[in-house]
Design a protein around this ligand. Structure first.
Ligand code: SF4
Ligand code: SF4
Ligand code: SF4
Length: 307
């Protein structure tokens, strides 16, 4: 037992897709699991939160935190993981940047309650539940505003190959070094540095399979996105939606970089771009709104309202 690496895996507000991606390393689990002493993983075994609370501080070698800290319980567990784990990994884009749940910050908490409970026809009486649920924080603050992380492993979800590489490196006690390149670096498409003639929606026309999608007019976030997936979408025919967040230094503003990239390639009138891009928030900041400049202003405003 002493040679094993002790690990704890905690889920905040998330879809469990990142942990699913961990399970998806398939037969390679046979290589990894015997090396692990799992101290806490409530999603797959009957661990109770008291178990985690009972471990001495810094007694667990590696912790993975998936998800955003949306509830007061999430925030408590995130801080607990930091106390108990020597190395804490921010696991997935929800944890690194707020991810898809972070988009909820565009609405205030009452609007969220309206959609989720009061106007939701599947919720009995349209009431916001108050019993047996943890209090919901007024806004999703990025996890790194609550605790420091040692490793950021983004992706929605991180690929199984990336997870396997990270786990085996950390199990050996080596430093995890991740290449800093953007998705464009791994993209096999031909770039000719030509301006964008028009902006196309994903369903418009038939894309040339060999040319850069952005140069054809399809908005691709590859140049503003960390390429830890090695370009798996763009090399299979789809634009990059930016799910690995911005490249190192990773707390830069991915959406602003995406818009800058579009502006430098598209000599089009702002009204034309505005008409073509129906959902700028969802297109440029889909995974990183909570850590963006605009998102930070929103968080400050909501916090001020709730003081
Ligand atoms: S990063 Fe994506 S896959 Fe992972 S928990 Fe969040 S939404 Fe799910
Ligand atoms: S913008 Fe997209 S399609 Fe163009 S090179 Fe970069 S990743 Fe490939
Ligand atoms: S190509 Fe873009 S959207 Fe696809 S997995 Fe990579 S980062 Fe995510």
């Amino acid at each position: 037992m002493t040679d094993k690496v002790s690990v704890a895996l905690m889920q905040g507000s998330s879809c469990w897709g990142c942990f699913q991606s961990l399970i998806d390393i398939h037969l390679r689990l046979a290589e990894v699991l015997p090396m692990l002493d799992i101290k806490f993983w409530a999603a797959v075994a009957d661990f109770k939160h008291e178990h985690l609370e009972g471990y001495p501080d810094k007694s667990i070698d590696v912790g993975l935190y998936e998800g955003a800290a949306r509830t007061e319980e999430d925030i408590h567990h995130l801080k607990l993981m930091r106390e108990k784990c020597k190395t804490l990994i921010s696991f997935g884009s929800c944890s690194c940047f707020g991810g898809i749940p972070g988009l909820a910050n565009f609405s205030d908490i009452e609007e969220c309650y309206d959609v989720k409970f009061r106007s939701n026809k599947t919720v009995k009486d349209g009431k916001v539940p108050t019993e047996n649920v943890p209090p919901i924080a007024p806004v999703i603050k990025p996890n790194n505003q609550y605790v420091d992380f040692d490793v950021y492993l983004p992706g929605c979800p991180p690929t199984s190959d990336l997870i396997f590489k990270a786990l085996t490196t950390l199990i050996k006690g080596d430093e995890l070094v991740l290449d800093p390149h953007t998705v464009c670096h791994y993209c096999n498409r031909d770039k000719q540095e030509t301006p964008i003639p028009e902006i196309l929606r994903p369903f418009d026309g038939n894309a040339d399979p060999d040319r850069c999608l952005l140069e054809q007019g399809y908005i691709c976030m590859g140049s503003a996105t960390w390429g830890l997936c090695e370009g798996q979408c763009v090399n299979k025919g789809a634009t990059c939606r930016g799910c690995f967040g911005p490249p190192p230094p990773i707390m830069q503003d991915q959406g602003a970089n995406g818009i800058g990239m579009l502006g430098s390639y598209a000599p089009l009138e702002p009204e034309v771009i505005q008409d073509a891009v129906r959902d700028p928030l969802g297109l440029f900041w889909r995974f990183s709104y909570a850590t963006s400049h605009l998102g930070s202003m929103r968080i400050r405003r909501e916090e001020a309202k709730n003081q």
